[in-house]
Design a protein around this ligand. Structure first.
Ligand code: ATR
Length: 290
Protein backbone atom coordinates (compact mmCIF):
# COMPACT_ATOMS: atom_id res chain seq x y z
CA UNK A 1 0.00 0.00 0.00
CA UNK A 2 1.33 3.43 -0.83
CA UNK A 3 1.02 6.51 1.37
CA UNK A 4 -1.64 7.89 -0.99
CA UNK A 5 -3.84 4.84 -0.33
CA UNK A 6 -3.13 4.93 3.39
CA UNK A 7 -3.48 8.54 4.56
CA UNK A 8 -7.10 9.41 5.29
CA UNK A 9 -9.28 11.19 7.85
CA UNK A 10 -8.27 8.85 10.67
CA UNK A 11 -4.48 8.96 10.15
CA UNK A 12 -2.51 9.94 13.25
CA UNK A 13 0.43 12.26 12.74
CA UNK A 14 3.78 11.82 14.50
CA UNK A 15 6.98 13.68 13.82
CA UNK A 16 10.47 14.82 14.56
CA UNK A 17 11.50 18.35 15.47
CA UNK A 18 15.07 19.58 15.19
CA UNK A 19 17.29 21.67 12.96
CA UNK A 20 18.65 20.55 10.57
CA UNK A 21 16.60 17.41 9.95
CA UNK A 22 17.39 16.67 6.28
CA UNK A 23 19.59 13.64 7.02
CA UNK A 24 17.41 12.01 9.65
CA UNK A 25 16.64 8.30 9.41
CA UNK A 26 13.74 8.52 11.88
CA UNK A 27 10.96 8.84 9.23
CA UNK A 28 12.31 5.72 7.52
CA UNK A 29 12.34 3.72 10.78
CA UNK A 30 8.96 4.93 12.08
CA UNK A 31 7.10 4.68 8.77
CA UNK A 32 8.55 1.18 8.29
CA UNK A 33 7.16 0.29 11.73
CA UNK A 34 3.79 1.79 10.73
CA UNK A 35 3.79 -0.34 7.61
CA UNK A 36 4.73 -3.69 9.15
CA UNK A 37 2.38 -3.16 12.11
CA UNK A 38 -0.39 -1.90 9.84
CA UNK A 39 -0.92 1.25 11.92
CA UNK A 40 -2.61 4.20 10.24
CA UNK A 41 0.09 6.68 11.29
CA UNK A 42 2.48 8.93 9.41
CA UNK A 43 5.78 10.28 10.71
CA UNK A 44 7.19 13.52 9.30
CA UNK A 45 10.37 15.55 9.98
CA UNK A 46 9.88 19.24 10.86
CA UNK A 47 12.73 21.74 10.71
CA UNK A 48 11.89 24.15 13.53
CA UNK A 49 13.39 27.58 14.04
CA UNK A 50 14.73 28.10 17.59
CA UNK A 51 12.61 31.22 18.08
CA UNK A 52 9.48 29.25 17.23
CA UNK A 53 10.05 26.20 19.39
CA UNK A 54 7.27 27.01 21.87
CA UNK A 55 4.85 27.87 19.07
CA UNK A 56 5.77 24.64 17.29
CA UNK A 57 4.94 22.59 20.41
CA UNK A 58 1.70 24.47 21.03
CA UNK A 59 0.73 24.07 17.38
CA UNK A 60 1.61 20.37 17.41
CA UNK A 61 -0.58 19.89 20.48
CA UNK A 62 -3.46 21.81 18.92
CA UNK A 63 -3.16 19.74 15.74
CA UNK A 64 -3.40 16.58 17.84
CA UNK A 65 0.09 15.37 16.94
CA UNK A 66 0.30 12.26 19.11
CA UNK A 67 4.01 11.88 19.47
CA UNK A 68 7.13 13.90 18.72
CA UNK A 69 10.78 12.96 18.64
CA UNK A 70 13.20 15.73 19.47
CA UNK A 71 16.70 15.96 18.07
CA UNK A 72 19.57 18.42 17.93
CA UNK A 73 19.48 21.18 19.15
CA UNK A 74 16.24 20.98 21.16
CA UNK A 75 16.58 17.99 23.49
CA UNK A 76 17.06 20.30 26.50
CA UNK A 77 15.16 23.33 25.21
CA UNK A 78 11.80 21.52 25.01
CA UNK A 79 11.87 20.51 28.68
CA UNK A 80 10.21 23.65 30.14
CA UNK A 81 7.14 23.02 27.95
CA UNK A 82 6.43 19.50 29.23
CA UNK A 83 4.00 18.40 31.94
CA UNK A 84 6.19 15.50 33.16
CA UNK A 85 9.57 13.92 32.44
CA UNK A 86 10.62 10.28 32.85
CA UNK A 87 13.56 9.14 35.02
CA UNK A 88 16.16 8.91 32.26
CA UNK A 89 15.02 12.31 30.95
CA UNK A 90 15.54 13.86 34.39
CA UNK A 91 18.89 12.17 34.94
CA UNK A 92 20.25 13.01 31.50
CA UNK A 93 18.69 16.48 31.50
CA UNK A 94 17.43 15.97 27.96
CA UNK A 95 14.49 14.27 26.24
CA UNK A 96 14.07 12.90 22.74
CA UNK A 97 10.47 11.67 22.83
CA UNK A 98 7.21 13.45 23.66
CA UNK A 99 3.86 11.74 24.12
CA UNK A 100 0.59 13.66 23.96
CA UNK A 101 -1.70 13.39 27.00
CA UNK A 102 -4.78 15.33 28.10
CA UNK A 103 -2.57 17.54 30.26
CA UNK A 104 0.14 18.24 27.68
CA UNK A 105 3.23 16.46 26.35
CA UNK A 106 5.18 14.09 28.62
CA UNK A 107 8.93 13.84 27.89
CA UNK A 108 11.04 10.67 27.78
CA UNK A 109 14.64 9.91 26.99
CA UNK A 110 14.74 6.75 24.90
CA UNK A 111 18.40 7.18 23.86
CA UNK A 112 19.45 5.42 27.07
CA UNK A 113 16.97 2.60 26.35
CA UNK A 114 18.21 2.44 22.78
CA UNK A 115 21.78 1.83 23.88
CA UNK A 116 20.78 -0.82 26.44
CA UNK A 117 18.47 -2.63 24.00
CA UNK A 118 21.17 -2.58 21.32
CA UNK A 119 23.79 -4.02 23.70
CA UNK A 120 21.35 -6.69 24.84
CA UNK A 121 20.68 -7.67 21.22
CA UNK A 122 24.43 -7.96 20.67
CA UNK A 123 24.73 -10.06 23.85
CA UNK A 124 27.00 -7.52 25.53
CA UNK A 125 26.34 -7.57 29.27
CA UNK A 126 26.79 -4.50 31.47
CA UNK A 127 26.16 -5.95 34.92
CA UNK A 128 29.34 -6.21 36.93
CA UNK A 129 31.51 -5.13 33.98
CA UNK A 130 34.05 -2.30 33.80
CA UNK A 131 33.06 0.21 31.16
CA UNK A 132 35.01 3.06 29.59
CA UNK A 133 33.13 5.96 28.03
CA UNK A 134 35.03 8.19 25.63
CA UNK A 135 33.53 11.68 25.50
CA UNK A 136 31.55 13.78 27.96
CA UNK A 137 28.87 15.49 25.85
CA UNK A 138 25.15 14.79 25.58
CA UNK A 139 25.55 11.35 24.03
CA UNK A 140 28.05 10.38 26.74
CA UNK A 141 25.60 11.46 29.44
CA UNK A 142 22.83 9.24 28.03
CA UNK A 143 25.30 6.35 27.79
CA UNK A 144 26.66 6.91 31.32
CA UNK A 145 23.21 7.01 32.97
CA UNK A 146 22.12 3.92 31.03
CA UNK A 147 25.24 2.00 32.06
CA UNK A 148 25.04 3.15 35.69
CA UNK A 149 21.37 2.11 35.91
CA UNK A 150 22.34 -1.47 35.08
CA UNK A 151 24.83 -1.97 37.93
CA UNK A 152 28.11 -1.82 36.08
CA UNK A 153 31.14 -2.64 38.25
CA UNK A 154 33.13 0.47 37.41
CA UNK A 155 32.85 3.40 35.05
CA UNK A 156 35.83 5.16 33.46
CA UNK A 157 35.26 8.45 31.68
CA UNK A 158 37.88 9.75 29.29
CA UNK A 159 37.59 13.11 27.64
CA UNK A 160 39.80 15.70 25.98
CA UNK A 161 38.54 18.33 28.44
CA UNK A 162 38.79 16.73 31.88
CA UNK A 163 36.50 19.31 33.49
CA UNK A 164 33.58 18.04 31.37
CA UNK A 165 34.40 14.47 32.38
CA UNK A 166 34.28 15.55 36.03
CA UNK A 167 30.91 17.26 35.53
CA UNK A 168 29.56 14.08 33.94
CA UNK A 169 30.90 11.95 36.80
CA UNK A 170 29.24 14.29 39.33
CA UNK A 171 25.93 14.06 37.48
CA UNK A 172 26.07 10.24 37.45
CA UNK A 173 27.08 10.10 41.15
CA UNK A 174 24.05 12.20 42.00
CA UNK A 175 21.81 9.30 40.97
CA UNK A 176 23.94 6.16 41.12
CA UNK A 177 26.44 4.70 43.48
CA UNK A 178 29.25 3.19 41.41
CA UNK A 179 32.99 3.84 41.30
CA UNK A 180 33.98 6.34 38.61
CA UNK A 181 37.52 7.12 37.49
CA UNK A 182 38.44 10.01 35.20
CA UNK A 183 41.14 9.83 32.58
CA UNK A 184 42.43 12.56 30.26
CA UNK A 185 42.24 11.34 26.66
CA UNK A 186 46.03 11.52 26.28
CA UNK A 187 46.41 9.04 29.17
CA UNK A 188 43.98 6.52 27.72
CA UNK A 189 46.68 3.87 27.40
CA UNK A 190 47.13 3.79 31.17
CA UNK A 191 43.88 1.92 31.38
CA UNK A 192 43.87 -1.83 31.80
CA UNK A 193 41.28 -4.58 31.63
CA UNK A 194 38.22 -2.81 30.39
CA UNK A 195 35.33 -4.98 29.26
CA UNK A 196 33.48 -2.47 27.11
CA UNK A 197 34.57 0.82 25.54
CA UNK A 198 31.81 3.17 24.38
CA UNK A 199 32.86 5.84 21.87
CA UNK A 200 30.41 8.75 22.13
CA UNK A 201 32.15 11.61 20.29
CA UNK A 202 31.40 12.56 16.70
CA UNK A 203 35.04 12.04 15.66
CA UNK A 204 35.05 9.72 12.67
CA UNK A 205 31.52 10.55 11.56
CA UNK A 206 30.92 11.27 7.88
CA UNK A 207 32.46 13.38 6.30
CA UNK A 208 35.42 13.00 8.70
CA UNK A 209 35.88 9.25 8.25
CA UNK A 210 39.63 9.44 8.77
CA UNK A 211 39.40 10.51 12.43
CA UNK A 212 39.26 8.60 15.70
CA UNK A 213 39.59 9.82 19.30
CA UNK A 214 42.10 7.01 19.85
CA UNK A 215 44.97 6.51 17.49
CA UNK A 216 47.26 4.18 19.44
CA UNK A 217 46.46 0.65 18.27
CA UNK A 218 47.79 -0.85 21.55
CA UNK A 219 44.72 0.48 23.35
CA UNK A 220 42.41 -1.92 21.55
CA UNK A 221 44.23 -4.92 23.03
CA UNK A 222 43.07 -3.81 26.47
CA UNK A 223 39.34 -3.93 25.75
CA UNK A 224 37.00 -6.81 24.90
CA UNK A 225 34.11 -5.01 23.16
CA UNK A 226 34.04 -1.69 21.33
CA UNK A 227 30.78 0.20 20.81
CA UNK A 228 30.51 3.36 18.70
CA UNK A 229 27.51 5.69 18.51
CA UNK A 230 28.48 6.39 14.88
CA UNK A 231 26.64 4.48 12.10
CA UNK A 232 27.70 6.63 9.14
CA UNK A 233 30.15 5.26 8.05
CA UNK A 234 28.78 1.86 9.04
CA UNK A 235 32.20 0.97 10.46
CA UNK A 236 34.08 3.97 11.89
CA UNK A 237 37.88 4.09 12.04
CA UNK A 238 37.56 3.44 15.80
CA UNK A 239 35.60 0.23 15.12
CA UNK A 240 37.95 -0.80 12.31
CA UNK A 241 40.92 -0.57 14.67
CA UNK A 242 39.01 -2.43 17.39
CA UNK A 243 38.03 -5.22 15.01
CA UNK A 244 41.61 -5.58 13.80
CA UNK A 245 42.70 -6.08 17.42
CA UNK A 246 40.11 -8.85 17.85
CA UNK A 247 37.43 -6.92 19.77
CA UNK A 248 33.74 -7.54 19.38
CA UNK A 249 32.36 -4.41 17.66
CA UNK A 250 28.94 -2.74 17.59
CA UNK A 251 28.10 0.43 15.66
CA UNK A 252 25.50 3.08 16.53
CA UNK A 253 22.71 1.90 14.26
CA UNK A 254 21.29 -0.39 16.93
CA UNK A 255 21.08 2.50 19.39
CA UNK A 256 19.31 4.66 16.80
CA UNK A 257 16.97 1.82 15.84
CA UNK A 258 16.03 0.87 19.40
CA UNK A 259 15.55 4.45 20.62
CA UNK A 260 12.97 4.71 17.82
CA UNK A 261 11.42 1.36 18.79
CA UNK A 262 11.15 2.43 22.43
CA UNK A 263 9.53 5.74 21.39
CA UNK A 264 7.09 3.84 19.17
CA UNK A 265 6.22 1.50 22.04
CA UNK A 266 5.66 4.46 24.39
CA UNK A 267 3.32 6.06 21.86
CA UNK A 268 1.32 2.93 21.01
CA UNK A 269 1.61 1.30 24.46
CA UNK A 270 2.23 -2.03 22.73
CA UNK A 271 5.40 -4.08 22.65
CA UNK A 272 6.64 -4.90 19.15
CA UNK A 273 7.37 -8.59 18.57
CA UNK A 274 10.97 -9.77 18.33
CA UNK A 275 10.26 -11.30 14.90
CA UNK A 276 9.08 -7.97 13.51
CA UNK A 277 12.04 -6.13 15.01
CA UNK A 278 14.62 -8.59 13.74
CA UNK A 279 13.16 -8.52 10.21
CA UNK A 280 12.98 -4.72 10.14
CA UNK A 281 16.48 -4.31 11.59
CA UNK A 282 17.90 -6.57 8.87
CA UNK A 283 16.09 -4.84 6.02
CA UNK A 284 17.12 -1.35 7.20
CA UNK A 285 20.70 -2.51 7.73
CA UNK A 286 20.84 -3.86 4.16
CA UNK A 287 19.45 -0.60 2.85
CA UNK A 288 21.92 1.55 4.80
CA UNK A 289 25.05 -0.49 4.18
CA UNK A 290 24.68 -0.14 0.38
P1 ATR B 1 27.12 15.50 21.83
O1 ATR B 1 26.00 16.16 22.57
O2 ATR B 1 26.77 15.05 20.45
O3 ATR B 1 27.78 14.41 22.61
P2 ATR B 1 29.04 17.60 22.47
O4 ATR B 1 28.33 17.94 23.70
O5 ATR B 1 29.55 18.70 21.61
O6 ATR B 1 28.18 16.66 21.52
O7 ATR B 1 30.26 16.62 22.85
C1 ATR B 1 31.19 16.24 21.92
C2 ATR B 1 32.22 15.31 22.56
O8 ATR B 1 33.21 15.02 21.57
C3 ATR B 1 32.96 15.91 23.73
O9 ATR B 1 33.32 14.86 24.62
C4 ATR B 1 34.19 16.50 23.05
O10 ATR B 1 35.31 16.68 23.89
P3 ATR B 1 35.49 18.06 24.73
O11 ATR B 1 34.56 17.95 25.90
O12 ATR B 1 36.91 18.07 25.11
O13 ATR B 1 35.12 19.18 23.78
C5 ATR B 1 34.48 15.43 22.04
N1 ATR B 1 35.31 15.94 20.95
C6 ATR B 1 34.92 16.74 19.94
N2 ATR B 1 35.95 16.99 19.11
C7 ATR B 1 37.04 16.34 19.62
C8 ATR B 1 38.40 16.19 19.23
N3 ATR B 1 38.87 16.79 18.12
N4 ATR B 1 39.20 15.43 20.00
C9 ATR B 1 38.76 14.83 21.12
N5 ATR B 1 37.47 14.91 21.54
C10 ATR B 1 36.62 15.67 20.81
Amino acid sequence: MTLVDMVNGTTNVYGLIGSPVVHTLSPLIHNSLNKILNNNNVYVAFDVNARELEDALKGAYALNIQGINVTYPYKEAVMPYLVAIDDYGKQIGAVNTLKKTNEGYIGYNTDAWGLLMSLKEEKIEIENKSILIIGAGGAAKAAAMAIASLSAKKLYISNRTIKRARDLADAVSHYYNLPIELLPLEDINKIDNVDICLQTTSLGMHPQEGQSPINDDDFFHKITSAVDIIYNPWESLFLKKAKKAGCKTVNGFGMLFYQAVKAYEIWTQKEISKENLTALYKSLKNKLML
